[in-house]
Design a protein around this ligand. Sequence first.
Ligand code: DOR
Ligand code: ZN
Length: 336
Amino acid sequence: MQLTAPLDMHLHLRDGEMLQNIAKASAQTFSGAIIMPNLVPPVSTKEEVIAYKERILAAIGDEKFTPYMTLFFKPSYDKAFLESVRDDITAIKLYPAGITTNSEGGVSGFDVEELRPTLEAMSELNIPLCIHGETNGFVMDREAEFVSIYERLATAFPNLKIIMEHITTKESVAALDKYENLYATITLHHLLITLDDVAGGMLKPHLFCKPIAKRPEDKEALLKVVLEAHPKVMFGSDSAPHPREAKEACGCAAGVFTAPIVLQVLAELFENEDAPLENLQAFISGNAQNIYNVAPLAKTVTLEKKPFTVPSDYNGVVPMYADEEIAYSIKEITYG
Ligand code: DOR
Ligand code: ZN
């Protein structure tokens, strides 16, 4: 099985030692990825974007991989600033204040008039807006409650591309077809697990993430649009590494580290569900190319049906399916 130019449209590469430890796990197998800006402090100036990109390129060494950079949304960004940074970024990521890891400087209240100058400028400059769509309500309802905010923004800024990041609910899936300018990324883990897998038996800290995994019917709604390669849906792993000690702790950090196993497990999932390979190709690359208007370098990943035992950790970070056997392995990676 071959996949061409895989893209990960939502990836946490971190910084410092963690960046050095995990960057290659994505850079080897993907042609490019949208890089999340939730560092400490968040990436919010032109200089920070450029310097972070350089650190990423240094960390990946000889791998051929494009980091598509993002800024951390602030309502203070004006048009002159956005024009000056336009060519250095692919999108801007908006976090509700305090909703997840390193999001304290995010947006509170979602007052359209307060956000209007920045969002109109983004719309004019054709800069997509990626949103972590959760309210601060009850944890299982946060994303469904946020749908009305997505709708308000989609209506108020009809020419702004709005990407609902890592959707986990049937309500978000339904919103996709109601508003022309709403798109979505979907992770690997939300296609595979529900809350039962996280907390239904022994607590599984390595599956704890935000948004929390939801109900079986939500997982089914996500699977449906992924397996049929809905043109507004793209793969975004939200692979979010934390050191083992931060996950196996009484205050467990949110995030699932999937980067090293994404393509193998997606291959197995599409095979088990009898879905066409061309749909996997669209989900893993084609749809994102159309939505983001990017032309990734031609990297071809050949997968073979050969069992692979997932390592127990990658430089101190525990991946999803650690120590378990998965059905597909990566055989070869070629260019051109
Ligand atoms: O589980 C998550 N981890 N969800 C997010 O939104 C952020 C991420 C992280 O940065 O660790
Ligand atoms: Zn994320």
